[in-house]
Design a protein around this ligand. Structure first.
Ligand SMILES: [Zn+2]
Length: 305
C-alpha cells in the first residue's frame, strides 16, 4: 500500500506536492506560505474544507528526514480514499465525510534548508554569506537540526517558554517561524500535530495551559497512542528548561488555545542520517494519526452540542 521506501530531495518532494495539487484540484489546495533564508519554498497543502483545519507539520528539524515524505504519502493515501469515498484501509474513518466538514493543512517540510544540509551537506546552501557562516560550525551536516542561519526553528516561537539560545536571538526572527505563525492565523483551526523524530513518544501536556485543556489533550493523545503504539510523554517532561521552550506547539496552544501535540517517530537510539528502513515502519505507525485525531475532535464537538 505504501510505496515510501527511499529518500527524496527537496526538489522531488516539491514535485510530488505540486503533482498532488494538480491531481486533486477540487480537494487539495497548494499554497506557498513563505520562503526560507536560502530561498526555498515553504509549501502548505490543505485537503478538504479549508475554513476549519487541523494543522500537521514536519521537517522542522533538518536531520529528521523521514517524516516529510511520509506526510506526503499520507496525503496521497487520504486523497485516494476521498476520491473513491472509501474508508482509509483498516480504519473506520470515512475521509470523504470528515473532510467535507474539516480540512487538514499539511506543511511537510517547514525547514527545507535544514533538510538539504542534513541530507546533502553544507555545499547545498546557495547563498554565499550563509554558506561561509556555516563553515565555522562544528556540527556535522548529517546531524544538522537548524535552518540555514543556524537557528533552531523549534526554539524560535514567541511564547511563555521562549528563551534566547544565543546572544542576539529574538523570537520569530526566522522566515520559517513567521510563515507558520502567519498560517496558524489564516483560518480557524481545531488542533495541531507536529511530527519530529526522537523516540516514539506522543507529547501532549502544555505547562502554560489549564487543567481542562490538558485533560482534553490527554484524551486525544491516548487515542493516538492506540493507533500508533507510541508511549505517552510524561507531563513532567513538558516543563521547560532554558533550552527546550519556544516550540511551535507552545505558541499554537497558548495563542490558538486548541490541542497541540508533538509526535516523535523513530526509536530513541536511531543515529543520523536516519536509515531509509524507518520509512515503511514509521508510515505504518503514524498514517492514521491525522484522520484519527480529527475523528476524535469531531466526536468531542458533537458531545458539546
Ligand atoms: Zn525535532
Amino acid at each position: 500500500m505504501c510505496a515510501v521506501e527511499r529518500s527524496y530531495t527537496c526538489e522531488q518532494m516539491y514535485a510530488k506536492m505540486k503533482k498532488l495539487a494538480r491531481q486533486y484540484p477540487q480537494f487539495i489546495h497548494l499554497e506557498v506560505i513563505g520562503t526560507s533564508h536560502d530561498r526555498r519554498e515553504i509549501i502548505a497543502l490543505t485537503m478538504g474544507n479549508p475554513r476549519k483545519v487541523l494543522f500537521c507539520t514536519a521537517g522542522v528539524h533538518g536531520r529528521e528526514s523521514i517524516n516529510p515524505i511520509i506526510l506526503i504519502h499520507i496525503m496521497e493515501e487520504y486523497a485516494q480514499a476521498y476520491r473513491e469515498k472509501q474508508p482509509v484501509q483498516g480504519q473506520p474513518y470515512t475521509v470523504y465525510e470528515l473532510l467535507r466538514e474539516y480540512g487538514i493543512c499539511f506543511v511537510p517540510l517547514v525547514n527545507p534548508d535544514g533538510y538539504e544540509i542534513a541530507s546533502r551537506g553544507f555545499r547545498r546552501v546557495r547563498n554565499l554569506k550563509l554558506r561561509q557562516h556555516l563553515r565555522i560550525q562544528t556540527i556535522p551536516a548529517s546531524e544538522w537540526k537548524m535552518n540555514a542561519r543556524g537557528v533552531d526553528i523549534n526554539r524560535n516561537f514567541p511564547c511563555y517558554s521562549y528563551r534566547p539560545q544565543n546572544p542576539g536571538d529574538s523570537p520569530a526572527s526566522e522566515n520559517e517561524t513567521k510563515a507558520l505563525i502567519h498560517l496558524f492565523h489564516s483560518c480557524d483551526s481545531v488542533g495541531y500535530v507536529d511530527f519530529h523524530s526522537r523516540g516514539k513518544v506522543i507529547y501532549y501536556y502544555r505547562n502554560a495551559m489549564s487543567g481542562d485543556y490538558n485533560r482534553y489533550s490527554h484524551r486525544l493523545a491516548k487515542y493516538l497512542q492506540s493507533l500508533s503504539d507510541y508511549e505517552l510523554g510524561e507531563a513532567a517532561e513538558e516543563f521547560y528548561t532554558p533550552y527546550s521552550g519556544g516550540n511551535s506547539v507552545n505558541y499554537y496552544s497558548e495563542v490558538l488555545k486548541q490541542p497541540a501535540l508533538t509526535v516523535e517517530t523513530v526509536e530513541e537510539s536511531a543515529s543520523f542520517p536516519l536509515h531509509t528502513r524507518y520509512l515503511r515502519e514509521t508510515y505504518e505507525e503514524i498514517h492514521y494519526i491525522p484522520l484519527g485525531i480529527l475523528s476524535q475532535i469531531t466526536a468531542a464537538a458533537e458531545e458539546l452540542l
